[in-house]
Design a protein around this ligand. Structure first.
Ligand SMILES: [Zn+2]
Length: 176
């Protein structure tokens, strides 16, 4: 397994729409394991493939004790088929380090996805895991959590975002 560099706000890959995975093979599983290792190393609870520079529709999530035992950790081609409730939660993102913000999202989702074994599944998730899944699915569509903020709230963090963009450019092309 290997740790992978996480792309930071300002990196154009974070704004691309990730491509569906047509056939799941061992290379996807091996990438997912690297992503899980990277996510844990960075002390995150979710990571989308695009965040390590691979714009394909795969994400990993692990919220530990806050999900039912045996909850899946690898999600391929995830699609929200139903959403309900409303929950405000202070979100952060490994690609937007140092910034958190309260975001309102549905509390419960029904998700259609392919798991790490290549099996098609449909399951209901709620609370923290549902939150992480929605945040990561946003990544697959080129959306970041700060995009959900109102103009006034964004204004409060624009300087920090600008600094991240600069940092992202400074790192390029080494990590791109
Ligand atoms: Zn994120």
């Amino acid at each position: 397994m290997a740790l992978l560099p996480v792309r930071i706000y300002g990196d154009p890959v974070l704004r691309t729409k990730s491509e569906p995975i047509r056939e799941v093979d061992d290379s996807h599983l091996s990438l997912a394991l690297d992503m899980l290792e990277t996510m844990r190393h960075e002390e995150g609870i979710g990571l989308a493939a695009v965040q390590i520079g691979r714009p394909i529709r795969m994400l990993v999530a692990d919220v530990g004790d806050r999900a039912p035992k045996g909850a899946p950790k690898i999600f391929i081609n995830p699609e929200i088929v139903e959403a309900s409730g409303e929950w405000t939660f202070d979100e952060g993102c490994l690609s937007v380090p140092g910034i958190t913000a309260e975001i309102v999202r549905p509390k419960r989702i029904r998700l259609r996805f392919t798991d790490g074994k290549g099996e098609g599944r449909e399951e209901v998730f709620d609370e923290l895991l549902a939150r992480v899944l929605q945040h990561e699915i946003d990544h697959l569509n080129g959306t970041l959590f700060v995009d959900h903020l109102e103009e006034v709230e964004r204004a409060a963090i624009w300087k920090q975002l600008l600094e991240l963009e600069k940092e992202s450019r400074r790192r390029a092309p080494a990590t791109r």
